[in-house]
Design a protein around this ligand. Structure first.
Ligand code: PEP
Ligand code: MN
Length: 262
């Protein structure tokens, strides 16, 4: 299985390894803009924000949905950054495409459903925007590979995977244990598919972002997706794992030093 993902970013003069950053959730136009401007100042070219939030249990903040897609357009117009959001079903895929979101990702809870992935793949058929697929929360590498195959079979060739760790029983010290060696099976099965690390959802804490990012870099990953917020303590979702844009700049610098002296 091949992927045009790296060529897509090279053609836009966006450096690889790729850095995608932005808040867990789109909370307001001003929160998005302040965060995006901070990230832009650090050289980040791709801005993430969840507009539909897949909460494990109902009752929490579930995102502003389609209304917040307009805020992503505003960020793009104000900063020139590419935008990225999560899609959880075919209807989300259609709305995000129509709103001009540049990059789409399928979240961990959705990857676990072949029905949902198939519907999304058919809705996006032939689309040449990048589509990223997070690993399912359970350690089921086949399900992850299957999701990539469903997209590819619908003519989606600008694809990549996100390793966000796995829910495993017991105390691991991580929100989602990386299980790096298990992911080797994915990499061996799909060697041409770029792999991006999500240290935010893996670690579940601000302090773990740096060591996990260094480990991913040492393992030759193709990029990072990091949750950043202009005011992390006030974030409506995943507050404990979000960092400020300036802190991301320091992470990026330390990662490149650690990998350069490998
Ligand atoms: C997210 O990226 O905000 C998210 C919900 O991630 P995951 O699907 O990995 O839980
Ligand atoms: Mn999150």
């Amino acid at each position: 299985m091949n992927s045009d993902f790296k060529d897509y970013f090279r053609a836009k003069n966006i450096e690889l390894p790729l850095v995608i950053a932005g808040p867990c959730s789109a909370e307001s136009p001003s929160q998005l803009l302040a965060t995006a401007r901070g990230l832009q100042a650090c050289g980040v070219k791709v801005f993430r924000a969840g507009v539909w939030k897949p909460r494990t249990r109902p009752g929490g903040f579930e995102g502003y949905g389609a209304e917040a897609l307009r805020w992503l357009t505003m960020v793009k117009e104000a900063t020139g950054m590419l935008t990225a959001t999560e899609i959880g079903c075919a209807a989300h895929a259609e709305l995000a495409m129509k709103a001009g979101v540049d990059i789409l990702w399928i979240g961990a809870r959705t990857t676990a459903s072949p029905f949902a992935v198939q519907e999304i793949a058919e809705t996006l058929r032939g689309c040449n925007r990048p589509v990223l697929v997070k690993n399912p929360a359970a350690l089921d590498i086949e399900l992850w590979i299957g999701a990539m195959e469903r997209l590819h079979a619908c003519g989606l060739h600008n694809i990549a995977a996100i390793h966000r760790g796995f829910k495993v029983p017991g105390m691991t010290g991580y929100r989602n244990a990386p299980l790096w060696d298990d992911v080797t099976r994915f990499r061996d099965a799909l060697p041409e598919i770029p792999l991006i690390c999500d240290p935010s959802h893996m670690g579940g804490s601000r302090a773990k972002i740096l060591p996990l990012s260094i480990e991913a870099c040492r393992r030759g990953y193709d990029g990072l997706i990091v949750e950043c917020h202009c005011e992390p303590d006030a974030a409506l979702t995943d507050s404990f794992q979000q960092i400020k844009p300036a802190e991301l700049a320091s992470v990026m610098q330390q990662v490149s030093c650690a990998c350069a002296v490998r």
